[in-house]
Design a protein around this ligand. Sequence first.
Ligand code: SAH
Length: 224
Amino acid sequence: MIKIPEENHYSELRREMVEAQLIPRGINDKAVLDAFYNVPREIFLCGNQEAAYEDCPLPTMCGQTISQPYIVAYMTELLGLSAASERCKVLEIGAGSGYQAAILAYMGCDVITLEKIPELAEFAIANLSKLPCGNKVKVIVGDGCDGCPEEAPFDGIIVTAAAPKIPKALKEQLREGGRIVIPCGDLFIQQMIQAEKKPGGKFEIHKGIGCRFVPLRGKDGFQE
Ligand code: SAH
């Protein structure tokens, strides 16, 4: 049974979001849906709370965006974490508002999230501090292209910015059996990639839907 929080204006909008935007498009992992029914999206926006549950990406701070709910759900499902053991450590590149990290933390993951822009890292920390699951997230200011070797290996890695290819450091820091989910392509259009690390270190690649993300910066990303 999915636990639905106390009714209020936003919980009603949240339920509509799950039922109109996620389930009809094929999101069916119970743990993912449960997180979307429960994590308030309005606290991750600055100023445009009424738009929180619309079927589109929204601007946050410093010219960055919070992805469309369906895209966050789709990427979370592609990580394939519900089948994993209960203690699950995930690396996110691009903390932004902290919403994606909150979804993963609500599902029980310990999340390390790297953010290049210090103001956004502060924003994510402030937003996550409003939620009980926020204490499962560590926000670090840094270049995600290097990953986080001190905390490796990870059971899953999610990159929420567009990259030309999968950064090498991230491949190395993934545990065997884990998956990297990353939008790869050029600056204007990307394809969602799910790369699973097989025993021996080879990657099995699955290509998903077309999408458009803000660019990953840094040595494995796009030039400013
Ligand atoms: N996951 C976020 C949305 C991320 S938008 C959310 O749920 O709101 C993409 C983010 O990636 C931006 O905040 C941008 O500053 C960050 N970013 C871009 N290049 C980066 C890099 N090399 N390392 C870390 N963060 C990066």
